[in-house]
Design a protein around this ligand. Structure first.
Ligand SMILES: [Cu+2]
Length: 317
């Protein structure tokens, strides 16, 4: 327990705290802040006082020689030295804890891509919101499809880069049910600021029920409805509108059956095969007039999911 901790709601400059790491992180932050403030005020105060007191005056000769003061010099070296060593040790142990996930942590896969998060649960289900059980360590195994992103959950006091071509891990244990913000904290392109999601912490016993229900959406919904859900959850909505407005990609409104002009001048009809190919190999037949920014969904959308997306696009007459 920290000498500085107050009820979460009473804190002015800290976000809500909802993980086992939050208290310690806040405590270290507060202690370092207090130490820095004491030194800042002390040093700046002495500086100002000396400037005023020993300023050059008419008729006062300059001091010829100053001798050093061994006691003072030892004190101002040793005391900060000890403080720094203590901060280092506390920081190092905290860092080790934060970077070493417990063996029994529940693992969720994370893929960052411009500009959406994909969270993959052990049964293969993918969602754009992170759902976790309360009071259980959770480990995120993270990678990126394109550029460097950064997983940041302020209420849990955790943040870690998400890097293409390698896996980084981050873990936490949520301490209260609720919904908390989740951000990308690394500037990753035009819509970086839209790369917002949330963590839903489920009360005991509810997480498994949620996962079971959420994973069955392909069976419980009509294909077009399931496609609409995928369109929102899997980030298509970031670049494709359904009301005809222009975004990074062509609108899906009335796209079905249209003749699309490709960047090599040829044309193609927007049908099931073309949509499927656009999703799996976006660069192979690129539309004229658009930048090739669509990420591939190869290996990330099952056949049934692609079919559902096709039905959804078809339904937008
Ligand atoms: Cu990002």
């Amino acid at each position: 327990m920290s000498a500085f901790s107050m009820p979460a709601s009473a804190r002015l400059w800290m976000p809500e705290s909802a993980s086992t790491a939050a208290q310690q992180v806040d405590w270290v932050f507060d202690v370092v802040l207090v130490i820095c403030t004491i030194f800042f005020v002390g040093i700046t105060g002495a500086l100002v006082a000396f400037v005023v007191r020993y300023r050059r005056r008419e008729g006062t000769p300059a001091t010829r020689q100053l001798h050093h003061h061994t006691g003072l010099e030892v004190a101002w070296s040793v005391i900060p030295g000890i403080l720094l060593a203590v901060i280092f040790i506390v920081g190092l142990t905290g860092f080790m804890q934060l970077t070493t996930p417990p063996e029994d942590a529940y693992e969720v896969g994370v893929i960052g891509k411009k500009w959406v998060w994909a969270f993959q649960y052990p049964n293969g289900y993918i969602d754009d919101t992170l759902h976790v059980p309360v009071d259980q360590p959770v480990m995120l195994n993270m990678t990126s499809d394109d550029v460097i992103h950064s997983m940041y959950i302020p209420a849990f006091r955790v943040k870690r880069d998400v890097i293409p071509g390698r896996y980084t891990k981050l873990w936490f244990e949520a301490t209260k049910p609720g919904e908390f913000n989740l951000f990308c904290a690394e500037y990753c392109g035009t819509k970086h600021s839209n790369m917002i999601s949330s963590v839903v912490v489920h009360p005991p016993g509810e997480f498994d029920r949620w996962l079971e229900k959420a994973s069955n959406f392909l069976e419980t919904m009509s294909p077009a409805e399931a496609g609409k859900l995928l369109y929102k959850r899997r980030g298509c909505a970031q670049c494709h509108s359904v009301d005809g407005s222009q975004m990074a990609g062509p609108s899906f409104l009335a796209a079905w059956g249209q003749t699309a002009v490709l960047d090599d001048g040829s044309t193609v009809e927007v049908d099931a095969n073309y949509i499927r190919e656009s999703i799996l190999e976006p660069q192979s037949k690129a539309r004229a007039g658009y930048r090739k920014v669509m990420p591939t969904y190869q290996g990330q959308l099952k056949d049934e999911e692609i079919s559902a997306l096709i039905e959804f696009i078809k339904s937008l007459k």
